[in-house]
Design a protein. Structure first.
Length: 201
């Protein structure tokens, strides 16, 4: 899609052969999911997927993997079909090509941004691709929306100052509460439902 080649490091997307059985759900994570579920009953369903495979592509750096996995679980609970490389990529395929194809096969995107992301060329690349998809699908029946999820006090980069973002500084363990709902609505490009607005006040 006209992007220059990025140099990947071990700190970006993790190798596809990693054993995910070592990742366990902590009590804190389970409590967070229970809290999320109370809000997710107000979450909008995903938009019409059409020929796409995924409802949302999750872009993140490996150091924020636990937060990304918590978001993945919350989206699954909301009946969305998210893309998370840990679960979807096939060993042996070219990483860059697989990720770009998966992003193009998604109806929306979310970028996890933190102090650990600011020097990641990979996340910058994925944001560029999302911007292109948003422009390309602007007049289609299935427009592409993307949102930043800001995980700590690291300011958004200059190139993203005008982008929509949700602040999760107070939710280091994962997305929760009204901002989780706002994040999902942002991916749909719609406002919070009235009943959720009342709950958030």
């Amino acid at each position: 899609m006209g992007c220059s080649t990025a140099i990947l490091s071990d700190e970006d997307h993790i190798g596809m052969g990693e054993d995910m059985t070592s990742v366990s759900i902590t009590t804190e994570t389970r409590e967070n999911l229970d809290h999320a579920q109370r809000w997710l009953k107000y979450a909008p369903p995903p938009g019409e997927r059409g020929t796409n495979t995924f409802d949302v592509f999750i872009s993140y750096r490996s150091s924020d993997r636990s937060w990304a996995m918590a978001l993945y679980d919350a989206l699954k609970m909301a009946k969305w079909e998210p893309f998370l490389d840990q679960y979807e990529l096939v060993p042996g395929n070219t990483l860059q090509t697989s990720l770009e194809e998966s992003l193009q096969a998604s109806s929306s995107g979310v970028i996890l941004w933190s102090s650990r992301t600011k020097d990641s060329e990979w996340c910058k690349r994925e944001r560029t691709l999302m911007t292109q998809l948003k422009d390309e699908r602007r007049t289609s029946s299935s427009p592409f929306n993307y949102v930043f999820a800001k995980l700590d006090d690291e300011p958004l980069p200059g190139f993203a100052k005008a982008d929509l973002y949700m602040d999760f500084v107070d939710s280091p363990e994962g997305p929760r509460g009204a901002n989780l709902l706002r994040l999902i609505c942002g991916m749909r490009g719609i406002p919070l439902p009235p009943e959720a607005v009342d709950l958030a006040q």
